[in-house]
Design a protein around this ligand. Structure first.
Ligand SMILES: Nc1ncnc2c1ncn2[C@@H]1O[C@H](COP(=O)(O)OP(=O)(O)OP(=O)(O)O)[C@@H](O)[C@H]1O
Length: 384
C-alpha cells in the first residue's frame, strides 16, 4: 500500500525514513539502496499513480525496505509481479539484508519454499498447521477454434499507435484480431502495456493512431453507453470501481443502464454465477478480498456483454474463489462471449485459456496458450 502523499517514486520511498526523523544523508542512502534493490532506479522521478501494477508492487516493497525493518511482512506480495520478478524476489530481499526476517502471507507456500524460505505454516480453524500441498487437477479446455472459427473477429485492432503523456511510444503500428467465444490470456512482463491495451480496447484511453473495433463498433466513434453494452471490465484495482452500497445494486447497474427488462433478476443471476447470491444486500467493501473481486466480476457480467476484460482478477484468490472465477470464464465462452484476462499465473493460463495474447516491447501476438512467452521479444512465437 502506498502513502498516496508523494509525487514521485523517490518521494514515496523516502516517506518512511523521513517520518523516522533520520538525517538527510541517511535518507538518501536508504532511498538509493531500496530503489536499486527493487530495480526501480530508472523510475525514480515517475508519479506513483502512473505505474503499472507490478511496478507499484515493487515500489511498495522498496518503501518498506527503506525503513530497514528487522521483520518484513509481505501480504500477497507476488500477485502483480511477472515471472522474473517473482522468482528473483526472495534473493533480492536476502541480498538487501541477510539478517531481516521475512514472513510471506500467501494462498500457497510452494513458491516461497522453492525460493529458499525455511519454514511454512498453514492457518486453518484459528490454528497454525504444517501446510497441505496444493494439488490442482488440470482442467480440460476445449481446443482453439471450438467457438466460431469462421465468424468475424470480436475485436480488431488496425495500425494502433499509443504513448502515455510525456512517455516513449508503448505501441506502434499494432494489428490484431481477437476471436469470439474465446478465453484469451494476456501475458507479458511488468510494464509491457497489458493494462494499457485493455483500456484502449475498452475505450477508456484514446490511441494516437489507428482504429479499434469491438463487436463491430468503432471504439473511438461510438457513444460510451453503446460501447458499454458490449463490454464488461474488472480493473486491476477492482475495489475502486464500486459505486453503490450493495452487491445487488452494483450488479443491477449495467442491466438497468442498458434497458434490460428485469435488472434485479439479471443482477441476482450474475451474483449466483459467482456464488454471492446470499450476500446480495451487503456492501461490496464489507466482503473479503476474494469476495470483492468476484462482486466486481458479477457487476461486469450481469448485462451479458460480448467481451469481458479481467485485469489480473485471479491474483491472490484462494482455490474456492478461483474455481468460481474459472466457471464464470467457461460460462462466458459457452454463450459465445470472449474473455480477455491479464494474468501472470501460468497455471491459471494453462487451466483456462484457449489463446494467449503475448504482449512485449511495443507489440502483441495472438498464439496458442501453451506457447510460453519468451523473456525478450515475441519473434519466437507462432501467431495464430
Ligand atoms: N498514466 C501514465 N503515464 C505515464 N506512464 C504510464 C501511465 N500509465 C502507465 N504507464 C507506464 O506504461 C507502461 C505500461 O503500463 P501498463 O500498466 O499497461 O503495464 P502492464 O503490462 O499492465 O504491467 P503490470 O504487469 O506491471 O501490471 C509502464 O511502464 C507504466 O509505468
Amino acid at each position: 500500500m502506498l502513502s498516496g502523499r508523494a509525487a514521485s517514486l523517490a518521494g514515496e520511498i523516502a516517506f518512511g525514513p523521513e517520518n523516522l526523523g533520520l538525517p538527510r544523508s541517511e535518507i538518501a542512502a536508504r532511498l538509493e539502496a531500496a530503489q536499486s534493490a527493487m530495480g526501480l532506479s530508472h523510475l525514480a522521478h515517475r508519479d506513483p499513480r502512473q505505474l503499472s501494477g507490478g511496478e507499484a508492487q515493487r515500489l511498495a516493497i522498496a518503501s518498506a525496505l527503506a525503513m530497514r525493518p528487522a521483520l518484513l511482512v509481505l501480504d500477497e506480495a507476488l500477485t502483480d509481479l511477472d515471472r522474473q520478478s517473482r522468482d528473483g524476489l526472495a534473493d533480492r530481499l536476502l541480498a538487501f539484508d541477510p539478517a531481516m526476517t521475512v514472513i510471506a502471507l500467501d494462498v500457497a507456500a510452494e513458491h516461497w519454499l522453492a525460493q529458499g524460505f525455511r519454514h511454512a505454516a498453514e492457518l486453518a480453524g484459528g490454528r497454525l498447521h504444517p501446510p497441505t500441498p496444493t494439488i490442482r487437477p488440470t482442467r480440460a479446455i476445449a481446443p482453439i477454434g471450438t467457438g466460431s472459427p469462421s465468424a468475424a473477429p470480436l475485436v480488431t485492432i488496425r495500425d494502433l499507435g499509443f504513448a502515455h503523456p510525456e512517455s516513449a511510444p508503448l505501441f506502434t503500428a499494432l494489428d490484431l484480431s481477437l476471436p469470439a467465444a474465446a478465453a484469451i490470456a494476456v501475458t507479458g512482463p511488468n510494464g509491457a502495456g497489458k493494462s494499457s491495451l485493455m483500456r484502449l480496447i475498452a475505450g477508456l484511453m484514446r490511441p494516437s493512431a489507428g482504429e479499434i473495433s469491438v463487436a463491430g463498433l468503432p471504439v473511438g466513434a461510438t457513444k460510451p453507453r453503446a460501447l458499454a453494452a458490449k463490454l464488461g471490465m474488472v480493473f486491476q484495482n477492482a475495489d475502486r470501481q464500486f459505486v453503490t452500497a450493495s452487491l445487488l445494486a452494483e450488479a443491477a447497474l449495467a442491466p438497468r443502464l442498458h434497458g434490460q427488462k428485469d435488472p434485479a433478476r439479471a443482477a441476482l443471476d450474475a451474483l449466483a454465477a459467482v456464488g454471492l447470491q446470499e450476500s446480495a444486500a451487503r456492501h461490496p467493501l464489507d466482503l473479503d478480498n476474494g469476495g470483492r473481486r468476484l462482486a466486481a466480476v458479477a457487476a461486469a457480467i450481469a448485462h451479458q456483454p460480448a467481451l469481458v476484460i479481467l485485469d489480473e482478477t485471479q491474483r491472490g484468490l484462494d482455490p474456492d474463489h478461483r474455481a468460481r472465477l474459472e466457471s464464470v470464464i467457461a460460462a462466458i465462452r459457452k454463450r459465445s462471449g470472449t474473455v480477455l484476462f491479464v494474468c501472470h499465473d501460468e497455471e491459471f493460463v494453462a487451466r483456462n485459456a484457449t489463446h494467449r495474447l503475448a504482449v512485449a516491447a511495443g507489440s502483441a501476438v495472438l498464439c496458442p496458450p501453451d506457447k510460453a512467452q519468451p523473456a525478450g521479444g515475441l519473434d519466437a512465437l507462432r501467431p495464430i
